[in-house]
Design a protein. Structure first.
Length: 132
């Protein structure tokens, strides 16, 4: 089911023509599963992921991605410094940062994410995959 996703193939890697959102505004502090079934075929072994973090805290925050059930480790990390007071008006501005990488999906076709504080949130986008 679902709509076809436009893609191109190059050297055994499949790249989507448009990033596919698999998580928007995630704030979970314990490791939480992200299902990739809507955007990846069951034969995918590696996902190309973009992890974005917006920090609304006065403390630095981090977000992590890892293969499903890979306890004690992570594959992708992004940090964002504390929000700051702008000089132009008496207001604060959130801090944004992002990173990109490859994460094994294994047979489950899932990955997991975590943020270091609920006052920050992360989004995850998929740009493609590879098969064995």
């Amino acid at each position: 089911g679902g709509s076809p996703i436009p893609w191109r193939a190059l050297n055994g890697r499949y790249h989507f023509l448009v990033l596919q959102s698999v998580l928007g505004s995630g704030t979970d502090m314990p490791w939480t599963t992200i299902s990739l079934a809507a955007v990846l075929p069951p034969t995918a072994q590696i996902v190309y992921a973009n992890l974005q973090l917006v920090n609304n805290s006065t403390l630095a925050r981090q977000a992590y991605l890892r293969p499903a059930s890979a306890a004690g480790s992570y594959s992708l990390y992004v940090g964002a410094n504390a929000r700051y007071l702008t000089a132009i008006t008496p207001t604060t501005a959130s801090v944004y940062n992002s990173t990109y990488g490859e994460i094994p999906t294994g047979a489950s076709n899932n990955i997991e994410y975590q943020v270091s504080g609920s006052d920050a949130f992360c989004s995850v986008f998929v740009s493609g995959f590879s098969e064995p």
